[in-house]
Design a protein around this ligand. Structure first.
Ligand SMILES: [Zn+2]
Length: 319
């Protein structure tokens, strides 16, 4: 009989659980709400329910599963299976691997969600066959994973890969981490929304306000991309700025890691050329020619499944 694995992508709003074979082919999957507001025990119950439901779909029992991989947002201790802190879940010092193993008898491999996503793209997405790559996801925040010789680089205590908190402009805007001028504070979805609001508040000649029906809080990357595509100069300028900073961040990474590929994912990449063109320009300007010429820049291909496919890779032991 073949070996089967579970992948669990535990997010702040939803839990995606899938059962897969040893090649990573998904046999069944299910999506449940996380219900983090109901507390840790309820979230753990929901994980177990999602496991039971997905196994039911293929008539499997816990005994049929070799191992589960779990991707979780926040700093972890992978060795001990411990979540130090997951602000999206309201968790602190939760021994999640032990809890899930106790309830199911299935061994658990834990991984940070951005690293898991990097592994998903490496093994099952845009990075197949590539040994050295960087994966960067740009949505509300900016996260990433560093893959060297086909393995995640974890660092001294699983803290590596915080690409979003590379300082680009020490006098720049405040970042969620408490620092100033991090890449995340300059080029993330949150940063782009902030620049959109500022453009409206400064009474710049822009249609961003109109497109948001005057509701400043609804201004997001989608609205600003729409405005830019309609020829709005203030909106275009926002994408040029974000792309410029992203290019500087990527140039730093290129010069340090000399990767074969950089994979860009996350909702903000839907803006396409609006951000890619200025990014390419500053990437070329600030990186060494050798590193620039040898890197492929690719868009992520797995979409919403990236986390769960990565969790499957983690379960199989590809990490
Ligand atoms: Zn930061």
């Amino acid at each position: 009989m073949a070996d089967y694995f579970l992948g669990i992508d535990l997010g702040g709003t939803k839990i995606l659980t899938a059962v897969a074979d040893e090649e990573g082919n998904i046999l069944a999957k299910i999506k449940l709400p996380t219900e983090e507001h109901k507390g840790k025990d309820k979230v753990i119950d929901n994980i177990i329910v999602s496991i039971n439901k997905v196994l039911n779909k293929v008539n499997f029992n816990y005994e049929d599963i070799v191992r589960m991989g779990v991707g979780i947002p926040g700093p972890l201790n992978i060795e001990e299976g411990l979540v130090y802190q997951a602000p999206n879940l309201g968790w602190e010092n939760v021994p999640i691997s032990e809890i899930l193993e106790e309830k199911t008898g299935i061994p658990v491999n834990l991984e940070n969600d951005a690293n898991a996503a990097a592994l998903g793209e490496k093994w099952f997405g845009a990075g197949q066959g590539i040994d050295n790559l960087l994966y960067i996801t740009i949505s509300t925040g900016i996260g990433g994973g560093i893959i060297i010789d086909r393995k995640i680089y974890h660092g001294a205590n699983d803290g590596a890969g915080e690409i979003g908190h590379m300082v680009i402009e020490p006098n720049g805007p405040l970042c969620g981490c408490g620092n100033y001028g991090c890449l995340e504070a300059l080029a993330s979805g949150t940063a782009i929304s902030r620049m959109g609001k500022e453009a409206v508040e400064k009474h710049q000649n822009t249609i961003i306000s109109e497109l948001s029906n005057g509701n400043l809080d609804s201004i997001d990357g989608g609205i600003i991309a729409k405005a830019a595509k309609m020829g709005d100069e203030a909106a275009k300028e926002i994408w040029v700025k974000a792309g410029h900073y992203l290019g500087i961040g990527l140039a730093n990474l290129l010069n340090i890691f000399n990767p074969e590929m950089i994979i860009l994912g996350g909702g903000i990449m839907k803006a396409g050329d609006l951000i890619m063109e200025p990014m390419q320009k500053s990437l070329k300007k600030y990186s060494f020619e050798n590193a620039f010429n040898s890197v492929q820049i690719r868009q992520a291909v797995l979409g919403d499944e990236v986390g769960v496919k990565g969790a499957i890779a983690v379960a199989i032991g590809r990490r």
